[in-house]
Design a binder for this molecule. Structure first.
Ligand code: ATP
Ligand code: MG
Length: 336
């Protein structure tokens, strides 16, 4: 049995997480779920968006499966997601974007893994006004050599372990010479230690253009926090949208799995949200736990359902009247 902290989250969170748990339970994986709360639901229940009990659970399980969270303004947190990533030093945010059979997109053969630095950069939380009139504000991007090293090393090791050929570092060291400069230097040093992996460097603005014009040239991409946030939504757009992209937040002694998308308040409570992204995050979690068979079963089942295009939510097929729950049921049925 693997104990996993389960945080269903806010907005569309509970509905998509219910489907993900249903699918994972049906896959044969041996998971013992520990319910915990964070975000708006935790604030409403306990008056605290990040209760001690939640952290005690993660301290113990070291693995969390989480829906999207809404951060309540005025609770001392800028973002609960960022707080969790920083507390558990989940320094590598891995976001794979791959074409799906049955999802019509502009390009075929897109298979990009973004590895986003997840604990520093512009997300360090150092932002303030410089004047009492609040007409000048300042944000500090903190980049450390050690913080860069651990995520870049992770990206190269990931490439090697997953039979990938190339790592591209996306940066802006031509303008941000020190912060981005450290990141680029470390990437070059690390690349020299991985002669079997091709290395490329691109300035982030040019990388955006290349990604939109010729995405097949990208394989593993490693980048700083804010650029990774933006580039991963771009890659989501290349393969069919946010409803399909999972994310793994990896540290040395804890990991948290979630969808890349947020709580999507516009479609919450309408049975419209696509559960595929969190279910694929569940697949990443099962692989992390060594439940390879169960992970494979779920992946094949969800691919079949998406390929057939009947029981998919409207973001994948505008004519579809299938809801979140029906799509989850179809995935369970497809596992046979
Ligand atoms: P948050 O503030 O929590 O990030 P958001 O309004 O930015 O929420 P996102 O979840 O980031 O919303 O997504 C942006 C849009 O993409 C949503 O408004 C929604 O229409 C769409 N979207 C996101 N996730 C899904 C999903 N799982 N299924 C279908 N559509 C989705
Ligand atoms: Mg968002």
């Amino acid at each position: 049995m693997h104990a996993v902290t389960l945080i269903k989250g806010d907005g569309i969170g509970p509905s998509i997480m219910d489907e993900a748990v249903k699918v994972i339970n049906a896959s044969g994986a041996k998971i013992q779920w520990e319910d915990a709360y964070a975000g708006l639901s935790a604030f409403e229940k306990f008056g605290n968006p990040l209760p001690d009990a939640t952290m005690e659970s993660i301290d113990k399980t070291r693995v969390a499966f989480k829906g999207p969270l809404t951060t309540v303004v005025g609770t001392g947190f800028r973002s609960i997601n960022v707080a969790l990533r920083q507390k558990y030093e989940l320094y590598a945010n891995v976001r794979p974007a791959t074409n799906w059979e049955g999802v019509k997109t502009r390009y075929d053969d897109v298979d990009i893994v973004i590895v986003r630095e997840n604990t520093e950069g512009l997300y360090s939380g150092l932002e303030h006004y410089l004047t009492s009139k609040k007409d000048i504000a300042e944000s500090l991007a903190v980049v450390t050599r050690s913080g860069s090293q651990r995520v870049i090393e992770y990206a190269f090791k990931y490439a090697r372990d997953n039979n990938r050929k190339k790592v591209t570092v996306c940066h802006k060291a031509n303008i941000l010479k020190y912060t981005q400069g450290i990141f680029l230097d470390v990437a070059r040093e690390t690349a020299a230690r991985y002669p079997d992996i091709q290395f490329d460097e691109k300035i982030v603005d040019a990388a955006c253009m290349h990604m939109v014009m010729n995405p097949q040239q990208f394989d593993v991409v490693v980048t700083t926090n804010m650029f990774g946030d933006i580039l991963s939504d771009l890659t989501a757009g290349l393969v069919g949208g946010l409803g399909l992209i999972p994310g793994a937040n990896i540290g040395d002694d804890a990991a948290l799995f979630e969808a890349v998308h947020g709580s999507a308040p516009d479609i919450a409570g309408k049975n419209l949200a696509n559960p595929a992204a969190v279910i694929m995050a569940g697949v990443m979690m099962l692989n992390h736990l060594g439940e390879f068979e169960a992970a494979k079963r779920i992946k094949l089942a969800i691919e079949k359902v998406v390929r057939e295009g009947k029981y998919v939510t409207p973001d994948l097929n505008l004519q579809s009247t299938c809801g979140t729950k029906e799509m989850g049921d179809a995935i369970v049925a497809a596992m046979g």
